[in-house]
Design a binder for this molecule. Structure first.
Ligand code: F0G
Length: 351
């Protein structure tokens, strides 16, 4: 066995880097593809979870960020900027810090999870809380990158998509072919765009015999693609996907249409149910936005739209430790006990 070298070294010939490019990497990618036992049983399918919370900063953003920071460094940038609902900023801060670059992040005021804010802070980012939502932050970040010497590392930067497409490569490499269906949460719509690009490239080069149907899920209160128009005041407890006007909207629609898939919505209640199910029954602790993929699969199954016998991959995009409030909320407080085995056994229901 050998150590995983990060997505650029592992897939160098499929990424826009040269032989002399200095790679900025934290060993991202190579994440677990875990068979989901209860979801497989519920659907009659082989369901797998692509556990992207296992990346170095705890989300799939690291795949795109190793590319974005590597290229920014190569082009001589001294500072980078991003708008973020939290994960992009955590990732950008870590990789920029490693590259010796300044990192500026714009986040919607009061709407990012504490763990993500902590990451951006400890990795040394300059943080501005914007009086607006993510879409306002992105507008501001674009404007700043046009006027000032700072490189934009949001997924509107095409090298981000290049890095993120490697997750599709890993899935085909692991399963031996593309799945029948790929399910993922949709926010700014960069990731569904990236997976579709990755699957198409492997298919075109004969490394897979097919491409999957792409099923994307937005939160019901932040579902512009489903509604067919921007949402001015997006709202959902899944703050990572609280986005009303996704930058990669058109790409997401073409991934949906060209793959024969769909983009639909799930309610916050469904998201929380899937979140708890994943943690309690599959052993996989994700952040709420990540559970939108599984909530969507369960919804489709309940509607009788999942034929048995298929191979299905759900991407779970971020680690549950980023936003543990939802794990604690509503749960009964722990029971206290004296240092006494009989008393403890009684409280545990063992006696
Ligand atoms: N899941 C998580 C955990 C995310 O952080 C995001 C996006 C998504 C899903 C949606 O992916 O935007 O490519 O459709 N987070 C961005 C951020 C917006 O700033 O961290 P998408």
């Amino acid at each position: 066995t050998r150590q995983w070298r990060g997505i650029i070294e592992e897939y160098r010939d499929r990424l826009p880097v040269g032989p002399t490019t200095e790679v900025i990497s934290l060993g991202e990618g190579g994440t677990p593809l875990v068979k989901a036992l209860t979801l497989s049983e519920l659907t009659g399918c082989d369901v797998y979870l692509k556990v992207e919370g296992a990346n170095p900063t705890g989300s799939f953003k690291d795949r795109g960020m190793t590319m974005a920071i590597t290229k920014a460094k190569e082009e001589g940038a001294q500072a980078v900027i991003c708008a973020s609902t939290g994960n992009t900023s955590a990732s950008a801060a870590a990789y920029a810090g490693r590259a010796g670059m300044v990192c500026a992040v714009l986040v919607p005021q009061g709407k990012i999870a504490l763990g993500k804010m902590g990451q951006a802070l400890v990795h040394g980012a300059k943080i501005l809380e914007v009086e607006g939502n993510f879409d306002d932050c992105l507008t501001l970040a674009r404007g700043l990158s046009e006027k000032y010497p700072v490189a934009l590392v949001n997924s509107v930067n095409p090298v981000r998509i290049e890095g993120q497409k490697t997750a599709a490569f890993e899935i085909v490499d692991a399963l031996g072919d593309a799945p029948d269906i790929h399910v993922l949460p949709v926010g700014n719509a960069g990731n569904i765009t990236a997976y579709w690009k990755g699957y198409q490239e492997y298919d075109a080069d004969g490394l897979a015999t097919r491409t999957p149907r792409m099923w994307g899920y937005q939160a019901a209160g932040a579902a512009p693609i489903v509604r067919g128009e921007p949402v001015l005041n997006p709202s959902t407890l899944a703050t990572a996907i609280r986005i009303g006007n996704p930058a990669s909207w058109k790409f997401a629609e073409s991934a949906r249409d060209a793959s024969g898939g769909h983009i639909e919505s799930v309610t916050d209640r469904q998201i929380l149910r899937a979140y708890k199910h994943l943690a309690a029954r599959e052993g996989v602790f994700v952040e709420p936005a990540s559970a939108a993929s599984v909530a969507g699969l369960l919804q489709a199954a309940e509607q009788g739209r999942v034929d048995p016998g298929q191979r299905i991959v759900c991407t779970v995009t971020g680690n549950g430790l980023k936003d543990p409030d939802w794990a604690v909320a509503g749960a009964p407080p722990p029971v206290t006990v004296q240092i006494d085995a009989d008393a403890a056994a009684e409280k545990l229901g063992l006696a």
